[in-house]
Design a protein. Sequence first.
Length: 455
Amino acid sequence: MFIAYLAALAATPSATAIDPASWFTPNDYPVAAMAQGVEGSVTFEVDVDAEGKPTACRIVVSSGSPILDQRTCDIVQAKARFKPAVGLNGEPVAGHYSNRAVWKMSSAPQPGYATAIDPASWFGSDDYPADAVKKGIEGTVAFHVDVDGEGKPIACRIAVSSGSPVLDQRTCEVVMAKARFKPAVGPDGNAVAGQYSNRAIWKMPSAPPGYAMAIDPASWFGPEDYPAEAVKQGIEGTVTFEAKVDASGKPTACRITVSSGSPILDRRTCEIVEAKGQFRPAVGPGGKAVAGRYSNRAIWKMPDMVQPAYRALLLDFSADPNAPACTIQSKGAEIDGPSCQDLVRQAQTMNGLGNRLIKVVYLISEAPGDTIPYRGEPGWGERVSYLASDTYYLNGLYPSECVAVAAEGLWAATDPCSGFPATGRLSQNQRKKAIKRRVETSVFAVVRPPAKAAH
């Protein structure tokens, strides 16, 4: 963001500028200059014809930046308008005009621009692309973001590339995932859609002497790595570890320096570090790669799947049989399933559905172990379809087996496990060790009462 303004010179120009303050707007700051943090003042002179139009522009005193100098004349020739100079006979004649443009970066919000909320927190060391870390790639990326009226980013594009497609792509990925804004403000003071521009400077993090540097450590631990036995027992904890890393960047040993209190979590931590850990080796005298070490901690927090959850979509035909209203009720972790738009579109393809029914409810509910999943409300009417299955997770949180439990009503011929990835069969002993999760899908309907006959 910036402020560009014109300061009048002492010399009186032959032509008179018309509203020069309007020539430069926040959108005019050259993105390449913004990416480099370039500021400066440009003194220029313009030839103006007898109709008040600029015909040529030249730099009298440079800002020291060819980018700012060029943009100044581009803007003046495109936007500037004048009252032409006046000749001795009082008629308009060709003349000239001189002024200066001061280009200065500013954090102040500008019209049409959203204001970033804590942009320094968007990019962390864990966001550095692993491929770029391996190759030692650094760079600066200038980007533009479109921001909606609620302050959420809706599109990101690269204005000036770092020269590395990996860094460019990760910049927009991080911005779209983490950036939050105060929306732009319209003339009436209300929030409106706007935009935001900035730059991301990717600089390789450095490790202390004798230490290796981890490559994308956030990717080492995933929900599938949580020990099933620890999940069943509800065990959480933090494990501090140290790994030995050879001169090629491979972990050769791992030891626990501060235990979580759970041998299960401690053991799994080192198993993962030794299996998945990747490093840039420590650097010795002369810049040569040498063996070193790496310390960090793994935080084990129970995944959402061990808690009950449900998601219900309610279609209400009471106001308009042809255009049902859809609302969503949910609790717990997010559950995949059809959207309101999907359900409304499907209902509208079923001719006369709203004339027969007042309400339709589509419910997906899940619960761990032998806990009974949420099964709806009395006002939802009769359950007309029902599917149930038990999913067993033996190694981490990836399904090892799906067992069909029930298929009733309109779905009587449906396999409840048809949507699951191909899985094998577990023995009874394996099932006892595994995490079990019940998944139920139901459809409820409230029938519209018959119309009363007219008397």
